[in-house]
Design a protein around this ligand. Structure first.
Ligand code: ADP
Ligand code: ZN
Length: 751
């Protein structure tokens, strides 16, 4: 037998090896093997098995790594499709499909080191701040796995071991069941009685599930592709309840399900809703959760629970689409419009599109859900590729919140104390909520204190030495920070220009830290909490803040996009959007769509309980369509106007985009290469009917992390043809060593 393998090295090629007789029984499609390669032993995945004798002498496979093959056929096929469509080496696609924690052979169900506190020894020595932090953590949680402790306390094994030597704590070996949610208290929930709109939608989905199951039982080969569904339901319309009931049906018929949610809304609250419905006492492990905060060990155990078939429902972010679920019947992509489904490194796949492909390959029902579907998906639904299911009303008949647009151009002039940041109407609305003991969410999609530091005398602006952006002032940390590369420096006391030295440098632009300060001045007695990546340092911070908000310990929750999605707090009756125009003027054809989506999602957090909600949108462009349609909760109105613009300019969904970015440290050289490549592309695509080539041009973010960047954009309907051409070009056109090219198919960010 001959095995065709992909090496775990970026060589963009497959190789054949002979399988020795004794290894034949263990070598399966998807098995990992070790093979000789250029005098070394290298790991590889088997992607094909051939029975015929080879026509030339081959080297032999040395050994088989895992007892069972880790890659199931369906996932392997998916990886092959990704490699081809997204133009990346198969070994990288395979790597995405198999988590590192699973691929590493050392990661077994294993013993773990657990740290426990010991009664304090009568030592006089005061604890260092680090030691205090560690002791505090252990007091709070009883005991912790060493690895978790190191991560959470941001320390090293050496420091912890030293504390052991000092008799402050002990480290013991123990087999731990790595269930990330073992400590959650679950109250099991029963299915809700569906309202009319929900019943119709659920009925249609269940009928499709039944049809697929029937096909499988009668083993007739199906002729028609399934419809994949688009569920468009306003915020709070009860989409999740539909997911739950559809999953219940899939399980009943012996199938499994994958639920994708954006990382950001993979909140404990979301997970709990699924677990409390399905994780009953006789089957507690039926729901597996995959997200980025799992430790390697937890990820390993969750993954094997799925592979063994013990877990039948998988909830996770982007990469959960590769979960090896048995008899996959249903794939749900919640918030399908979310850009975080796109992976921003190779392979640059879009998990929603991969989900649709997986559904097609395995004949599983795919359900995309959103209150603000992407233009691509809604157009697909109108074109009949997806069946459209709509929910126009909130589930328990609560009304949609009233949205008021505040024109900040007028507010500015009256701006007294913080008036240019919190308008008078919003201020009064907040006061009213404080009086009534209701809660407020304030949203501003920019962290830090101010966006730039500038000298009014000489025009100096503090910029990043590595990127073409200005530095953001973070007041609590007293640092200037680059949000692109993470560069930081001290805040200068005076203008650093040698000739100037003006002590009157000032800050401009607005971040959450500044809003927090203004709020504490305007409402000194209110409990205000800020939630952005600066305030979330530890794994549990997120949970803690949300728990405090739920129990009413916080009156006003202020945050970035982290608080925009998925939160369901009935006592929130007011939502304020501090600066709605922030994303509107980006050099991106989706800027309007993105703003509309964000405004709709944030507004959707208001009035989910008994009291009707109210939303204030502060803006400098009150008549922009994205703002006006969001105000009226009119998705279809927005769609109709936006789709026209896309049609005329031949943008998605009327074409697919391939974005080529060339990067290097020498601007002239990168530019030269981009021009050369541009000419070559033009020559090769001469006469293609619907191809539009723009550029080369400097990227909107010309310099990032010390690299200069120039772009070429290609738009066409037949991406598979273009993909092949691009694969060919990248194999034949040679670039200088210090210039690299990134090919992004269906990009979601054009920066
Ligand atoms: P969506 O996912 O569309 O934003 P959710 O599923 O979160 O909406 O539902 C919003 C609220 O309505 C939740 O509190 C949910 O429990 C409730 N709900 C959903 N369906 C029903 C129903 N049929 N009857 C009563 N309440 C419901
Ligand atoms: Zn930078």
């Amino acid at each position: 037998m001959t095995a065709r393998v992909v090496l775990e090295l970026p060589v963009r090629r497959e190789f054949d090896y002979l399988v020795p007789a004794e290894l034949v029984p263990k070598t399966k499609l998807g098995s990992r093997v070790t093979v000789p390669f250029q005098g070394r032993e290298v790991r590889a995945s088997v992607v094909g098995l051939l029975d015929s004798a080879p026509d030339r002498p081959l080297k032999s496979v040395i050994g088989v790594v895992d007892e069972v093959s880790l890659l199931v056929d369906s996932v392997m096929n998916l990886a092959k499709w990704i490699a081809e469509y997204y133009n990346c080496p198969l070994e990288l696609a395979l790597r995405s499909a198999l988590p590192t924690a699973v691929r590493r052979t050392e990661a077994r169900h294993q013993q773990r080191l657990v740290v426990q506190l010991r009664p304090p020894p009568p030592s006089e020595k005061p604890l260092t701040p680090l030691q205090q932090r560690i002791v505090g953590l252990l007091e709070e949680r009883g005991e912790m796995a060493l690895a978790d402790l190191i991560r959470v306390a941001e320390t090293t094994a050496t420091s912890v071991r030293r504390m052991q030597t000092n008799g402050l704590l002990s480290i013991v070996e123990r087999r731990v069941e790595r269930d990330p949610h073992a400590s959650d208290l679950l109250v099991s929930t029963a299915p809700l009685e569906l309202n009319a709109e929900q019943s119709v939608a659920t009925g249609i989905i269940i009928a499709a599930l039944l049809k697929v199951a029937e096909e499988q039982d009668s083993s007739v080969s199906p002729e028609k592709p399934l419809p994949a569904f688009l569920l468009h339901g306003v915020t709070g319309s009860g989409k999740t309840e539909i997911y739950l009931q559809a999953i219940a049906k899939a399980l009943e018929m012996g199938g499994g399900a994958i639920v994708l949610v954006p990382e950001i809304s993979l909140t404990p609250q979301t997970v709990e809703r699924f677990r409390s419905r399905f994780s009953t006492s006789h089957d507690p492990g039926v729901v597996a959760v995959l997200h980025s905060h799992l430790s390697d060990g937890e990820r390993h155990d969750e993954w094997h629970k799925i592979r063994d078939g013990r877990a039948r429902i998988v909830i996770g972010a982007r990469s959960a689409i590769f979960a090896p679920v048995k008899r996959l019947a249903l794939v749900i992509v919640d918030e399908e419009h979310e850009h975080s489904y796109k992976q921003e490194e190779t392979p640059r796949y879009h998990a929603r599109d991969v989900a649709v492909m997986r559904g097609r390959m395995e004949r599983a029902v795919v359900l995309l859900g959103s209150a603000t579907p992407s233009l691509e998906s809604f157009q697909n639904a109108l074109a009949g590729k997806y069946q459209l299911l709509q929910l126009h009303r909130r589930a328990s008949d609560i009304r949609m919140p009233v949205v008021r647009v505040v024109d900040m151009r007028h507010e500015q002039r009256g701006g007294k104390q913080g008036g240019s940041i919190i308008s008078l109407p919003l201020k009064e609305a907040i006061s009213l909520r404080l009086e009534r003991h209701e809660q407020t969410i304030l949203f501003l999609n920019r962290r830090g204190y101010s966006t730039s530091l500038l000298c009014e005398r000489c025009g100096y602006v503090a910029g990043c030495p590595n990127c073409s952006v200005s530095l953001t002032y973070h007041r609590a940390a007293a640092r200037l920070l680059c949000h692109v590369c993470g560069y930081e420096e001290q805040v200068p006391a005076r203008c650093p220009e040698a000739k100037c030295g003006n002590p009157g440098i000032r800050y401009s632009g607005l971040g959450t830290e500044r809003v927090e300060e203004v709020l504490s001045k305007l409402f000194p007695r209110a409990q205000v909490r800020r939630m952005d990546s600066d305030t979330l340092k530890r794994k549990y911070d997120y949970r803690e803040i949300l728990a405090d908000f739920r129990t009413g310990k916080i009156d006003i929750l202020l945050g970035t996009q982290m608080i925009a999605k998925g939160l369901d707090f009935p006592n929130v009756t007011l939502v304020g959007i501090i600066h709605a125009d922030l994303g509107l003027h980006l050099a991106d054809f989706r800027a309007g769509e993105r703003t509309f989506q964000l405004l709709t999602q944030v507004s959707g957090r208001a009035g989910r309980g008994d009291v009707e909600g109210e939303v204030f949108v502060q803006t400098f462009t009150p008549f922009h369509p994205a703002i006006q349609f969001a105000r009226r909760h009119d998705f279809e109105g927005f769609f109709e106007q936006e789709i026209e613009f896309r049609r005329q300019l031949h943008y998605p969904p009327f074409a697919r985009v391939a974005l080529l970015t060339l990067k290097g440290r020498n601007d002239e050289k990168v530019k030269f290469c981009a021009e050369h490549l541009g000419r070559e592309l033009k020559r090769r695509t001469e006469g293609w009917p619907d191809l539009v080539l723009t550029g080369p041009a400097p990227a909107p973010l010309l310099r990032a992390e010390t690299f200069y960047r120039h772009q070429i954009m290609l738009r066409t309907r037949s991406m598979s043809r273009l993909s092949k051409e691009l694969a060919d070009i990248s194999a034949t056109v040679t670039l200088p060593e210090d210039v690299t090219i990134v090919i992004d198919i269906d990009p979601v960010s054009l920066l």
